[in-house]
Design a protein around this ligand. Sequence first.
Ligand SMILES: Cc1ncc(COP(=O)(O)O)c(C=O)c1O
Length: 455
Amino acid sequence: MSRPERINLEIVTARNTRQLKAAGATMPGGVNSSVRVHGALGVPFYVSRSEGATVYDLDGNGYIDMCTAHGAALLGHGHPAIVEAVHHAAELGFAGVFETPFHEELARKVCRKIPCAEMIRFCSSGSEATLHMIRACREFSGRDKIIRVEGHFHGYHEMIYIGGHPPKEYLDRNATRPYVESAGIPETLRNMIIPIPFNDPDALERAIRKHRGDAGTLILEPVNYNSGCITPDPGYLELARALTEREGMVLFFDEIQSAFKKSPGGAQEDFGVVPDVATIGKSLGGGLPLSAFCGRSEIMSRYKPLGPVQHSGTFNAHLVPVLCGLAFIEQIENPGFYRRLASIEARFHSGVDRIIEENDLNMIVPRHGARFGVVLGRRTPPRNYSDVLVHDKALMIEIWRDCLELGVYFHDYGGGPIHHGYSIQHTNEEIDRVVEVFAEVLPPYRERINALGAD
Ligand SMILES: Cc1ncc(COP(=O)(O)O)c(C=O)c1O
């Protein structure tokens, strides 16, 4: 693939602005997901197509994709096995709204991989998965309140889009008056949420003891990708397991992001702690919309028609993503799959860490499997949400703009220290190119990066 030395972002922005003008007439902000307005351009980054590890803008410029569909495209774009699965579904006439033997096959195969999964249900998005799983957790435990962890993300719905990412100036109030993260979510729902900081065993124990009578669920991201890829301290997940078991609470791992990223069994396999229930995604559909929720049969059998909990939907487990899910599982079962991902991880991070060290940059790139964060303003791994508040979002966006100009696409995430990653289709050359781009882009920002956290 040929890439120009530098992409003229003025031209890209002008082209996207014209598209936005048309799209904005009928879609708010010209997009279908509010986060698709790219901070580095000030307009959405409209795409014409994608292939392998590359996305192409409307003028045909190619960019190495380090967003990979927010982690859904672990197989890269247009993987032949996924394309074949889509064709297979088309040959079968899509058979929408029906169960097929393929559904059973996928359920059986995924349950075999995810340690907590005795039973499973499929749906489209991660937000749907957490919503439906929370509903069964509440019914099963008989307790409505939910203990959640600051900096963790579990989707955009009313049940849980509260108290996760409060602004810096609100953080000290978050524990007593959880921050409602979107206008339109009823304020009263904050009473259902008990936020605690990550990797703080005392806070965890206090919250569980205090709310043993009214909180029935502890939900967390076992790897907190949504605050820059923060891994659990040794013993933290084990403590969460022991305390929830003691109090009869449901331990809920949200593995929408972590599933399949480092190993086939997700973070529960990586860390050897098995929750009661988990949501898994988003790479499961090979880039198509497929997520799932799963867990102990005792809890999963609370769904209708076995129990009283409703979970239904026209597009649940549509045949297209289900066949793609089977193709995805087949791919990750290739003996070399996780070896290759680990080799990309090692290649990328040794390159990036070298640049940070050689240029004495006050930043860190925490990683777990195929995804990583970029945190400006600290050199040691963050342990919780407060630790990443030193990060400078505006500076991050400037850096992402420079990367775009050199043909590497990072999603902006409002400049936040969220997560980025690669796919199995990223070649060594592409990974080396991203490292090279970092080597060119980062040093001029040294003074500003190193001034962070100084006061
Ligand atoms: C851990 C986690 N849970 C839930 C979600 C929500 O998934 P979706 O965007 O598919 O609704 C995400 C999305 O990034 C996620 O990372």
